[in-house]
Design a binder for this molecule. Structure first.
Ligand code: ATP
Ligand code: MG
Length: 561
């Protein structure tokens, strides 16, 4: 059983579940078989998560099957690294496939079906150049022009197609086209190319083939071979459904479970890119630290950022499945991880920009504890507690101290009191400064009797976090903002120019409580009053963790607006 099954999750009703319900009721199908069909030309992104949650989720909810299918028909762009990363990401999201398939498993059968079309006079070898084919397609208002090679006999086409297969034509010198209708109002029906020549070594079939089938021809046949009942894709393939059906109508494949294509809207997410091609550019140009850069909304980037599989599944559940194109606010994704970590992440104290605080009366007046007990979660006593080292010299956040401030400033200011989280109430009595006038140290007095207790007359409103300067872990913490400066980078003329060079801030020498020193890569905490952070899986070393900001405690964008 997979995680997503164990958790008892279900897809909320949508137009596709309506279709399935009626198909089952009317007896058009007696089971549900779906597939997730990525092209292995990059890493998966959040848009794919929507498709994964839907396809695997339908199989789960209806007791059906979902195949993992690599749509590997373009050897030029595909790579084993991508295949491995995609498998890992799907499993990590909590799903298990029934069969692991590749379009390339069907190359022999696809070739056979192409021959069938040729024999029926429904496909021909075109020797026009790709440019000529493109230029004679026509437009939305004008019909295309028929190829001078369109009316060759099946015998001649068969011979030429075999020559294509045998490497007798150079790339671009011939292709196989379906003979449909050059005047069709649907461009995809104007004699679409169904096979092209590529002298490239395929990851799985090696050099066996130098002709490769195109998506529209391959997909429907692969669906039929696998017995897929509901083949779900995104809206830009709406017109292609005609070609999907045309191919299946004209080949001899068993129609017992005739697959049908359904289209849903793509997931578009603000401030992010959901195109493998563009993500690849960011990686290639070195604008990000690999496909798993924590600023990317790739599945691997989100994982490294600290997102949990459950939070991504919950996001996909909330956005739903419709036919309306829209763009989801990034805050919708952030809410999901914030809610998950708020419920589940242990708390810890971390000072990102340390300022020394000295308790002048430490060791007197009963203010001499060397450690304090801190609950790991304020609402979950079952998560236990830990001892955090305490002493005369602490670190607090620079921004938590001001020499003077108005009433709105609830933190520490000279002459006033603040509570140190889980420890004493302290009063700031003086501060030291460097020659530039920057405060370098705050001197305080601890109020006796305030350790874990209230004392009349000493009930400050503010609480600040701290760590013991003499016993803490110094390490790197990385803060992130949106990678792009504009909400819709995908629409920008030069999307690379919309990358925000300040989207990443490295803090070299944060001070964290000692318990975080041996953080396991991937583990998450709430750093109290700061946000949720996770130990980086690439750069953390035993005893020297690096932390990534997953998400702030609150949606500050909203607050500013
Ligand atoms: P890309 O441009 O990133 O390569 P694609 O659609 O070409 O996107 P595929 O690898 O072919 O990517 O997609 C695998 C499956 O994921 C397809 O069924 C596709 O419809 C779906 N998918 C891809 N992107 C999105 C998205 N943004 N929202 C929903 N589904 C998506
Ligand atoms: Mg694609």
């Amino acid at each position: 059983m997979s995680d997503a099954e164990r958790s008892g999750e279900r897809i909320p009703r949508n137009f596709i579940t309506d279709i399935i319900d009626s198909d089952l009721k009317e007896g058009r199908v007696d089971h549900v078989a779906t597939r997730f069909p990525p092209e292995p030309n990059g890493y998966l992104h959040i848009g794919h998560a929507k498709s994964i949650c839907l396809n695997f989720g339908l199989a789960r909810d209806y007791g059906g099957t979902c195949n993992m299918r690599f749509d590997d028909t373009n050897p030029v762009k595909e790579d084993m690294e991508y295949i491995e990363s995609i498998k890992r990401d799907v499993n990590w999201l909590g799903f298990k496939w029934n069969n692991l398939c590749h379009s390339s498993d069907y190359f022999d059968r696809l070739y056979g079906y192409a021959v069938e079309l040729i024999n029926q006079g429904l496909a021909y070898v075109d020797e026009q150049s790709p440019e000529q084919i493109h230029d004679t397609r026509g437009t939305l208002t004008a019909p295309g022009k028929e190829s001078p090679y369109r009316n060759r006999s099946p015998e001649e086409n068969l011979k030429l197609f075999e020559m294509m297969r045998d490497g007798k034509f150079a790339e671009g010198k011939a292709c196989l086209r379906a003979k449909i209708n050059m005047a069709s109002p649907f461009m995809c029906m104007r004699d679409p190319v169904i096979y092209r020549i590529r002298f490239a070594t395929h990851e799985l079939t090696g050099d066996k083939w130098c002709i490769y089938p195109m998506y529209d021809f391959t997909h429907c046949i692969s669906d039929a071979i696998e017995g897929i009942t509901h083949s779900i894709c995104t809206l830009e393939f709406q017109d292609n459904r005609r070609l999907y059906d045309w191919v299946l109508d004209h080949i001899s494949i068993d129609h017992e479970h005739r697959p049908h294509q359904y289209e849903m809207s793509r997931l578009n997410l603000e401030y992010s890119i959901t195109s493998k091609r563009k993500l690849n550019l960011l990686v290639e140009k070195g604008l990000v630290d690999g496909w798993d850069d924590p600023r990317l909304t790739t599945i691997s980037g989100l994982r490294r950022r600290g997102y949990t599989p459950a939070s991504i599944r919950e996001f996909c559940r909330r956005i739903g499945v419709t036919k309306q194109e829209n763009t989801i606010e990034i805050s919708a994704l952030e809410s999901c991880i914030r809610e998950d970590l708020n419920a589940n992440a242990p708390r810890a104290m971390a000072v990102l920009r340390p300022l020394r605080l000295v308790i002048d009366n430490y060791g007197r007046d009963g203010t001499d504890v060397t450690s304090v007990t801190c609950p790991n979660h304020p609402d979950k006593p079952e998560m236990g507690s830990r001892q955090v080292s305490f002493g005369k010299e602490l670190f607090i956040e620079q921004e938590d101290f001001r020499e003077e401030a108005n009433k709105q400033f609830k933190r520490l200011k000279l002459g006033h009191e603040v509570r140190l989280r889980n420890a004493y109430v302290v009063k700031a009595v003086s501060c030291e400064k460097d020659s530039a006038g920057n405060v370098t140290c705050v001197h305080c007095e601890a109020v006796p009797g305030t350790l874990g207790a209230n004392v009349e007359g000493h009930k400050p409103k503010g609480v600040i976090h701290w760590v013991d300067a003499a016993d803490c872990c110094r390490c790197k913490v990385i803060l992130y903002k949106n990678l792009f400066k504009v909400p819709n980078p995908g629409a920008a003329e030069d999307f690379l120019a919309t990358v925000d060079p300040e989207s990443k801030t490295e803090i070299q020498d944060a001070a964290l409580e000692r318990s975080l020193e041996n953080a396991k890569p991937g583990d998450s905490w709430q750093f109290e009053r700061q946000g949720y952070f996770c130990a980086d899986s690439k750069n953390s070393k035993p005893g020297a963790p690096v932390f990534n900001l997953t998400v702030a405690l609150r949606d500050t964008r909203k607050a500013q607006a």
